[in-house]
Design a protein around this ligand. Sequence first.
Ligand code: NAD
Length: 347
Amino acid sequence: MKRIVVCGAGGFIGGHLIKRLKSEGNWVRGADLEFPEFAPTQADDFIIGDLRDDRLCKEVFDGFFDEVYQLAADMGGAGFVFTGNHDATIMHNSALCNLNVLEACRVRNIKRIFYSSSACVYPERNQLDPDNPLCSEESAYPANPDSDYGWEKLFSERLYLAYSRNHNMEVRIARLHNIFGEEGTWTGGREKSPAALCRKIAEAKVGDAIEIWGDGKQTRSFLHVSECVEGILRLMRSDWEGPVNIGSEEMLTINHLARMIMDIAGKQLNIRHIDGPLGVRGRNSDNRLLRQMLSWAPDMSLRDGLEITYPWIRDQVEAAKNQNIEVIHRNVKPDTKTWFTPTSLAK
Ligand code: NAD
């Protein structure tokens, strides 16, 4: 049994990761601004607090831990990270979490730490052609991500690698590509395209049109969260220290993604293309290094992942309707999240 800390334990991937770590018999402490939204945490211990505060980090890492998974970040889908309206907040909040968590681990002599980077680190110039994006790991340099979210991820990758070199820490860095699944954000402005499309399709009546940002010909790949967790654990237990992609290589257009979800929902709807924040024109995971270093790559099809995810989102939509809860469609989450003061710090 290992003693493990998961930062960002109230979030989508953190919640799934904790379930898996617990199923393997580990003792897990979670830390986050808030508890998970959709299911009770399975962590043995959960600290509600703000990792931007180094005093809180000292409380979180108050003893020996075998592994740390750092997933806390101020993040969301295109409607949050590509508008430009949240750049300062994203960079400030996420960089502070990374600086504090890493330093607290160093002080406590905790050696093995996982960092969740992103496909958003890749330069825009290699993602202009929707049919041939280049996202091999070494292509991240010379750097030119198309968002400040991506620049912060790149800075933090370098921070983790510097701690590894200078302080003898064993860091593991995954560049995650569009993770989706049940218990993920599906409304409120931070949801990503698979969840947003599932929600729009679940809400639509026959004859309605759903809205898609841009012409829908932009390409992406999407990985189910169960495969993401599998990849994170395999990476953590491997010897490979450089950043590595964890994503699906099943690339398709957003229009195609919408049609696939409509098919699963049994609803044929019209599509209306509107202006909106888009991100790069094409992106796909390149899993060559992953296969080489871990002798593994995800193989669940997008369709299989959506067959699990769509019914979960449809049920959320139905439950919200039945309880007369307003489904909020806007570009910011309530401020409580950003400015929460943990009770432990109010002492
Ligand atoms: P999420 O938003 O569901 O989870 C992040 C969690 O971090 C949230 O619960 C949030 O409350 C917490 N957090 C934010 N600021 C904090 C603070 N100051 N103190 C304590 N907790 C704080 O996101 P996710 O989808 O689970 O993503 C997890 C990680 O993976 C993030 O670092 C994200 O950037 C990265 N990532 C995710 C994807 C994806 O498609 N989901 C893709 C690439 C990278």
